[in-house]
Design a protein around this ligand. Structure first.
Ligand code: ARG
Length: 502
């Protein structure tokens, strides 16, 4: 049955291999059925098919350069690869019936089916170890660009709310205690900053992925003198990986990506927490949009912030994916190990989850109405002006610590009289410090407390206006940059439509 040993080197007859596995030659018995199912990865790595096809094309061309494939063979191979790309684009359901072990096996089987023995030539001098690393890097660069686009849209939605609600004060809190009044727009822009950092983190992960492993072989390199630089250029990589052993071992780019996803999730979770609190009756700062809330099966009055709660809840999975891969990587010997196959499933799932979470968060932020009366009322709580009171005394020459102490005494006096402290008489406060003048109590207001914070990055309206304009500028720059990064998947599709082979 196993006739491969007698096969002539040039034209191995397709019918005389024991099976179409990529590695069956030295095996006598079939794998255990349960183990076989356990080791297969096609169910999830089929997602890498567009990238695998792009790498295959580049490899075919590189094999021609070194005389392994003839011009006609390259043309036929690329034509067959294009046909798969086209089928993938038209109706990916043809993948469902496949019994391929993994995406690499899938392509080889399809090529052999189409081209006979020529299909076996493409794998000359290469290994699935370098292929999977290359495919995964390409996927990740596209995925990062996709999420960056979504983040740009999300930050735009936040900026829109900041513009719409410009001038509305709210109570700024620390330790969940009322602290100082701020502008609602300032609060919203704080979230925008965090999500812009996530854009940078994704960029960092994408740059880490931007080195081409092809030519690294299984671990040792390539013995056919393949032009690694040409393949990297062909695939749109900026550079080649520097060490073949590292190239098949390394998944730092995936870890960086998962860290960036965990950052997004953590920031989304914080925003979610803010909105859940704001939607409570005690705060009532926001009116939950019907589109992003659900009711109770028992209590007719309920309107629950489920969109935000689920976003907050799903953050566990994302951080979990990061910890899962870190744990897989820990203690692996240098070189390719099959454990590395575990990198994909959780990363794909985490990526998809983040994409959905961002889409929902964008919709929910855009649809949220702010209860400006409640926000203003909370911001007008005189306790929030205590620091302004101390500042008043500082302006009259008192060291801050003493000023702080005096306002503390004023607050205690108000408490004793059962009054709000700003309603104490001038006489009462002057008993505590003669530095208080007529203008003191009348000078305490939300507007003034906010207007004094006129530093760059502060909450004064003038500062926030500048911050908003700067944010808009950053979003525009980001969107322009993102527009120019056409992803590999799109390039593969474009080529399959035009039938372009170069
Ligand atoms: N499915 C494998 C993975 O995802 C591809 C590489 C397999 N290499 C091997 N020598 N078995 O990592």
């Amino acid at each position: 049955m196993n006739a491969s040993k007698q096969m002539p080197m040039t034209e191995p007859p397709t019918t005389e291999r024991k099976d179409d596995r990529l590695w069956g030659g030295r095996f006598e018995r079939e794998p255990d059925a349960q183990f076989d199912a356990f080791q297969r990865s096609f169910s999830f790595d089929r997602r890498l098919l567009p990238y695998e096809l792009a790498v295959d094309r580049a490899w075919a061309r590189a094999l021609q350069t070194i005389g392994i494939l003839s011009e006609t063979e390259v043309r036929d191979t690329i034509k067959a690869l294009e046909a798969i790309a086209k089928e993938l684009q038209d109706d990916p359901s043809f993948l469902d019936g496949s019994t391929a072990e993994d995406v690499h096996h899938f392509v080889e089987s399809a090529l052999v089916h189409e081209l006979g023995a020529l299909g076996w030539k493409l794998h000359t001098g290469r290994s699935r170890n370098e292929l999977v690393a290359t495919d995964f890097r390409l996927f990740l660069m596209d995925a990062a660009a996709g999420l960056q686009r979504q983040l740009a849209g999300f930050v735009t939605a936040i900026a829109e709310q900041a513009k719409t609600n410009f001038g509305i004060p709210m109570s700024g809190m620390t330790h969940m205690q009322h602290a100082q009044p701020i502008l609602l727009s300032h609060f919203l822009l704080a979230h925008a900053e965090a999500f812009l950092r996530d854009v940078t983190r994704l960029q960092h992960a994408a740059e880490g992925a931007d080195s081409c492993p092809m030519g690294s072989g299984a671990l040792a390199g390539n013995s056919f003198g393949i032009d690694r630089e040409a393949i990297a250029r062909d695939l749109g990589f900026s550079r080649i990986t520097a060490n073949s052993l590292d190239a098949v071992s390394d998944r730092d780019f995936a870890l960086d990506y998962l860290f960036a996803l965990s950052g997004i999730a953590t920031h989304l979770s914080r925003l979610a927490e803010d909105f859940v609190i704001f939607a409570s009756q005690e705060f009532a700062y926001v009116i939950l949009p019907d589109e992003y809330a659900t009711g109770s099966s028992l209590m007719p009055q309920k309107k629950n912030p489920d969109a935000w709660e689920l976003i907050r809840g799903k953050t566990g999975r994302i951080t979990g994916a990061l910890v899962a891969l870190l744990t897989t990587m820990k203690g692996l010997p240098t070189s390719y190990q099959r454990d590395l196959q575990e990198d994909k499933e959780t990363l794909f799932a985490a990526h998809d989850q983040i994409a959905t979470m961002l889409a929902i968060a964008t919709g929910a932020v855009a649809a949220t109405k702010f209860n400006t009366e409640r926000l203003r009322a909370a911001a007008s709580n005189p306790l929030l002006f205590a620091t302004e009171g101390a500042d008043y005394l500082v302006h009259r020459g008192l060291p801050f610590r003493q000023a702080h102490d005096i306002i503390g005494k004023v607050l205690r006096e108000a408490e004793r009289q059962g009054k709000v402290w700003t309603q104490l008489s001038l006489e009462d406060v002057r008993k505590i410090s003669p530095l208080f003048e007529q203008d003191f109590l009348s000078g305490l207001s939300v507007e003034k407390a906010i207007a004094t914070k006129v530093v760059p990055g502060g909450t004064a309206a003038d500062s926030v206006k500048i911050a908003l304009a700067a944010l808009q500028e950053r979003i525009n720059t980001l969107q322009t940059t993102l527009q120019s990064t056409l992803n590999v998947e799109a390039k593969v599709k474009a080529k399959s439509q035009t039938g372009e082979t170069k």
